[in-house]
Design a protein around this ligand. Structure first.
Ligand SMILES: [Fe+2]
Ligand SMILES: [Fe+2]
Length: 266
């Protein structure tokens, strides 16, 4: 054991001092050319492993550094491909020598990540609309839209917590700027359209989760689908009420009601 430990130490020193390899460096296995590549990982400060994808097909094995003749990987296209998908993902699910369960397949994880950003974007949308209502004499509509904005931020955090517990790193994809209309009825209609789009997103995520047999994600989708039913119902009622009102006095009444809660819904 002592002998093995000193052997590891010798190789660690060789990697770090002589060859300059460090944690997360991608390396290739010299004798078989460039296609067999691995990543350098420290399981704890003293245990270094190389995770190698032997066939280049996601079949990962871990090795002690001294078992392999490693060179720094030079081929950029292979490096990029590998860095994206396989080895980093596999090593992220390793705890010591144990590979933890993959609760979310990569496609569903990506969809959920995009939905995280979409919910945040919806939150910003509601708040921007709230500001328009506030500036145009509708304090009740402003409050209603601010409440909805808070709800969307909570949705985003629900997805964040889910992804985080499943060991998926949350990223923020860029979302295009969204134009907000400048009259009450169009804003309400825009909001209804946005909610129906959100429901479609959740249907797509749900389908993907079923395909990947991601049971935990399916449960999450069920919660969101129920939430979408409530939200579509709420904004649909508001849309119908505002469309059917010919006089501004009717809007004043709705505005009054919206200050406290969503009483016009039921
Ligand atoms: Fe939402
Ligand atoms: Fe919503």
């Amino acid at each position: 054991m002592v002998e093995r430990r000193s052997s590891v130490d010798r190789f660690l020193k060789k990697f770090s001092d002589t060859l300059g390899f460090g944690v997360n460096d991608l390396v290739s296995y010299a004798p078989t050319g460039h296609k067999v590549i691995g990543i350098v990982v420290d399981l704890d400060p003293k245990i270094r492993k190389i995770y190698v994808d032997w066939g280049g097909c996601g079949n990962i094995h871990q090795h002690d550094p001294e078992e392999l003749q490693i060179t720094m990987l030079q081929e950029k296209s292979v490096k990029n491909k590998m860095a994206d998908v396989k080895i980093k993902k596999i090593t992220a699910s390793m705890v010591g020598d144990v590979s933890t369960t993959d609760f979310i397949d990569p496609v569903t994880a990506d969809l959920l990540n995009k939905q995280f950003a979409a919910e945040l974007s919806n939150s910003a949308f509601y708040r921007c609309c709230a500001s328009w209502f506030g500036n145009n004499g509708y304090p009740g509509f402003e409050k209603y839209f601010l409440r909805q904005g808070d709800g969307e931020a909570e949705h985003a955090m629900k997805i964040y917590t889910f992804l985080s517990e499943a060991s998926v790193r949350v990223a923020f994809p860029v979302i295009n700027d969204q134009q907000i209309a400048t009259d009450l009825k169009t804003i309400i209609k825009q909001t209804l359209v946005k909610e129906t789009e959100t429901t479609k997103n959740w249907q797509i995520i749900s389908k993907s989760a079923e395909t990947g047999n991601n049971v935990a994600v399916i449960e999450l989708c069920q919660w969101f689908m129920k939430e979408q039913m409530e939200e579509e119902s709420s904004i649909t009622t508001l849309y119908q009420k505002t469309m059917n009102i010919p006089l501004s006095g009717g809007l004043e009444t709705i505005d009054m009601l919206l200050r406290e809660n969503d009483p016009i819904i039921k």
